[in-house]
Design a protein around this ligand. Structure first.
Ligand SMILES: [Zn+2]
Length: 164
């Protein structure tokens, strides 16, 4: 889990990621050891400036706790405005025990969202559309295969709810 930083960046105290590198980081956060498996997906989120500077990161720590996006937004505070959010799963669109992440991203002023995996949960779907409607640039499918691997068990439980 060592971070790969070139020396000049590390010296400057600034972490810079490409969108793909940031998604890899988000996937590692999603799979943080100790996060309980199920019933919720494991999700990570990284906020970058348009220059690729790391603003904040977050991850979901299990049912009933903040979603990854909300976790990252809370750490970023005002700095979330104008950032790119890299999220391992399509931001949710439903209000469960926590508010919908699509609305939280809009409210925080994030202006681009890149996610890995479309949300297969019928109750949570529609986040990408909600974001687009709000004028936010949305792109899905970055490192989707890796994101499927991180949530293989959860995806199986969505496909076969009875055996979950
Ligand atoms: Zn959410």
């Amino acid at each position: 889990m060592t971070e790969v930083l070139s020396a000049p960046e590390a010296a400057a105290g600034v972490v810079r990621y490409s969108e793909e590198e940031a998604m890899r980081r988000a996937l590692r956060l999603a799979a943080t050891p100790g996060v309980p498996l199920g019933p919720n997906p494991r999700v990570g989120c990284v906020l970058l400036t348009h220059d690729g500077e790391l603003v904040a990161e977050g991850f979901h720590r299990g049912a009933g706790t903040a979603h990854a996006e909300a976790d990252a937004l809370a750490r970023a505070g005002e700095a979330a405005r104008g950032t790119i959010a890299l999220v391992t799963l399509e931001p949710c669109n439903h209000t469960g025990r926590t508010g919908p992440c699509a609305q939280a991203l809009i409210a925080a002023g994030v202006d681009r969202v890149v996610y890995a995996l479309s949300d297969p949960n019928p109750l949570a779907q529609g986040g990408a559309q909600t974001l687009r409607t709000a004028g936010i640039g949305v792109e899905g499918g970055l490192l989707e295969a890796e994101a499927r691997e991180v949530n293989a068990g959860w995806l199986e439980s969505i496909r076969h709810p009875a055996s979950a």
